[in-house]
Design a protein. Sequence first.
Length: 373
Amino acid sequence: MMELVGIIVLVILVLALGLYNLIISKRIKNYKDINQKVTSLNVLQDFMATIGDSQSVDDKIEKINEILIEQYAIKYSTIVLFDGAEYVVKSSNVDKKHWDTLRKLQDEEIFKDSITTAKPKYVTVNKEEERLPYQKMEFGRAKSAMFFPLYIDNVYIGYWIIESGRMHAFDNIDTTILEVVKENIVSILKIVSYQNIVESLTRQDLYSDLKTSEYLYEEGRKTIDNYTTSTICMFKITNLQAINENVNRDTGNQVIIDVCDYIKEKISKEYIFVRYMGPKFVIAFSGVDVEGVVEFLNDLKNEVENLAVEDVIATEENEKFDEKKKKKVVISHPMVNFVLATYYKGTAIEKVLKKLEDYLDTAPANEHDINNI
């Protein structure tokens, strides 16, 4: 009888321990899930903060990869993108001597099916002396890897590959989490692709020898955003069209050259000066308030409007022909209208510029005051 009671007690204890272990196991799993969600949320927040940084596209991709490596304790992480001509390693913590191999993985037979189906591919070795199929001359660096093809709107743009120095390192990894991470990478790349377009649009204007307006939205903004507030000045050569029509376009072009050359000599190299569009130009006085530039701009306006630009064609004909064929040389004086606004760090600079542009486009042709809007 005592033996039966003892057995029953033992069975109850075993069942109780089993139930306890099950509860603990579920709690651990829940804890891991919560911890993973927190990590993923932190990664997403870091991603979004990276988007808002005034960095180049390449710098942002580099930062994204650093976040992945740190937050998910990944040994090796590499992002490779197609730039329209070739595959380029945009970010990797692998030694650069291996980059040539890493940027050609789309040619490896083992990954072609993954690219076609848009599904990740897991590869690993089973013996220490083995190497992964895509490795050519390297041993001991990576023993397992996961390959993720990257697509934007069903268009293949490259891949993300993570590697480990251990065999079967990703056997039990939660691939759903990595898929979410991959989608976040794609989302970020999609956003910064628009920035990449803007960066590539920046040109050097032929006549003014200034950067075009796109410069303000990327490289220029980095300088401006070093300060909490700055003054954005837009000015328009209001009689440029009249000079083009009544004298000639060559003289109009010379007006642009002379005005811009004069202003470049007068303003500090720290300030950003660009040709915005047509007869409109922008000067960004980084870290300077409106009151600090009004007097300077009043003097500058007077000096610019005293510039004398000769009729370019008439002057050339004077040099080419005899006295009887000389033309009367017309002197043109540029007329300029300045308008100012305050820009606050981190806000939409394009909105400020549009407000200034709209003002100049509707202002009276003979306006002389420098206005702050």
